[in-house]
Each structure stands twice: as C-alpha cells, then as structure tokens.
Design a protein around this ligand. Sequence first.
Ligand code: NDP
Ligand code: PYC
Length: 339
Amino acid sequence: MSDTHTLSLDDAWSLSVRILESNGFSPDHARAIARTIWQGQRDECHSHGLYRLLVCTHTLKTGKVSANAVPELTDAAPGLVRVDARGAYSLLAYDTGRPVLIEKARKQGIAALAINHCYHFSALWPEVEAIAAEGLVALAMTPSHSWVAPHGGTKGVFGTNPLAFAWPRPEGNPFVFDFATSAAARGEIELHRRAGKAIPEGWAVDSDGQTTTDAEAAMKGAMLTFGGHKGSALSAMIELMAGPLIGDFLSLESQAYDAGAGATPYHGELILAIDPKIFMGADHAVHSQRAEALFDAVLGQGARLPSQRRYEARARSEASGTVTIPQALYDDLQALISE
Ligand code: NDP
Ligand code: PYC
C-alpha cells in the first residue's frame, strides 16, 4: 500500500469543512478555518495544511475554544480597528476586520487591525497576501505558547511567533515572506515526530538544556530561536506588539492559561496595512519600479525570493487539481468525521 494519499482539491475542501462542522464548528467558523487549511495544503505548507484539522478538533474537545462565537468589531480609532474573537479561532475575526482595515489604510495611509481573545493556529501568509491583493503592503505577527528559549537560555519564554510581510507588485504574485522566529515552526517538529524522523541540530534543546535531534525530547524541552540573538529580539518585539500593546496575552500567559490541555495557543494578533500610493505620493509608479529593481537584483544572481517555492507548489496543485498527504494523516482525518 502507498504511504501517501492523493485527494482532489475539491475533496480536500469538502473533507476539511465536513470534519470541522461534524465536530461542532459553526458553518461560518468551519469555512473560515477550512479556507486557510486548504490554502496551506495547496501551497504544500504541510505544517499548516490538513494536519491542522487534528489540532483544531482536539482543541474543540478540550472545551477551550468557542465553536460559534460571533466576532465583535470596534472602530477603536481612525487608524485602528479591533475585533474581539470572543474565544473562537482567529480566522473569522480576521475576515470580519480585514475590509475595515483596508478602508482605513486607504483613507489615511496606514492602519492596524488588532484581533483579541483568539485561538490561533494558522499560517499568516494567506492574511498578508489577501491585503496585498488590494494593492496594500501588509505586516502581521502573533505570539503562541512559550515553547522557545531566549538566546542564551534553555527554558521557554517566547512563542514560535511568526512574522509575515507582503508587498504588492505591478505584475503577478506579491513579494511575501512568512516565518516563525523559532528555528522552525512547532508544526515542523510535530510532523517529524509523527513521521518518526530526527530533527536537525539547532532547532531545540531537551528538558536538561542539552541539544537534541529527538522530536519528542524537543517538544518536552525548549525550541531555539532562528539567528541567535537576532531572532530572539524579533520574537520579543512580537510578544510586545501583539501582546501588551493590544491588551492581550504573552506566550507565557497563553501557556499558563492552557494549563496542560494541549490546546491551540490563545492570545491576540496584530496586522498592519500601508497604502503605498499614499506613502509614495505622485511618483508611486517610479518608486514601485525601484522596488522591482531590488527583486531583479536578487533573482539576477540565481537567488530566489521567499514564497517562490510556495507559488510553484500552488501552480502544481492547481494544474493537477490535487494535493498529496501521508496515508497515516489521511487515516487520522477519516477517523475525525463524526456523523
Ligand atoms: P519556513 O522556514 O519554511 O519559511 C519561511 C519563509 O522563508 C517562507 O516565506 C519561505 O518561502 C522563505 N524561504 C525558505 N527558504 C528560502 C530560500 N532558500 N530563499 C528565500 N526564501 C526562502 O517557515 P517556518 O517553518 O518558519 O514557518 C512555517 C509557517 O508556520 C509560517 O506560515 C508561519 O506563519 C506558521 N506559523 C504559525 C504560527 C502561529 O502561531 N499561528 C507560529 C509559527 C509558525 P517558501 O514558502 O516559498 O519556501
Ligand atoms: O507551528 O509553531 C507553530 C504553530 C504555533 C501555533 C500554530 N502553529
């Protein structure tokens, strides 16, 4: 028997919605969650693709996340829209706040969306890409659980704290990067554990503070930041900007709130949108071309842009109309369908 399973893109969508709805998520939440999971799988971001259905349904079973809370939007200031997710996953809150964020950024050049009281499991690139599709520059960040040791330490303080950025381009896909500020996303370690594979050195230390390549020991110990003290400082910035600044939890507080349930992290998210037409002024087209020269200088020497792999994966999935996942994951997903 093959150790992989191929599904059509349509079946990946309907399987995701069916699992989420049959486990109790409201249709609106199920669709908002399924959209980001489906996009992740389509772009071969396996740590935030169909695998996350296991995480979302587990979190629902812990009784922590709301399956049906309706997000509450507040127009907090000319440059700030807040959406209270009211204890649900972040995606519906993001969908609720994005149109107002875009309108505000277009009106005054820059605006922020603060999402509060949300469970957050998703990749951030779908969010910044959606804002770039409107011609705006976007930056998004969020804490998680305190799995990551500060540079020089061995105990978790920071989350895996992703940072995502999108820059709209005159032609084609936007320039997008999206990375955890840990050496790798927690999801990558989870996938290594599921596959019984060793993790690379430099990702984590065990509970005695010793470097480890054992995924299980890494999950019990502490993850490490990317780029040493630089990733550590960026991670601290994300804690502050998407934590206390917006009146929400740090990763340490999210971990304490979890109280061993093993649920998705619970905290806030900060998303900024900038209208380049307002910032660049009358010479917008000229400055936009200068940005293109930067990308040409990268590509011209054989280096690649971030998201190039992802866009190629997207084109491949769309051409074949399919996605492929491990058979063991497919079996686990089938077991999640409750009638
Ligand atoms: P990766 O290290 O796989 O990739 C990070 C970024 O670097 C991507 O934009 C990637 O583009 C780019 N990149 C990779 N290799 C190169 C290269 N050789 N040259 C140029 N660019 C390159 O991601 P992470 O493991 O750090 O994160 C994975 C996902 O996990 C992210 O989407 C993140 O949002 C999510 N996450 C979510 C969290 C949450 O709390 N919600 C917490 C932590 C992570 P490409 O994709 O094209 O390779
Ligand atoms: O992969 O680090 C991760 C992660 C944390 C929360 C969601 N994904």
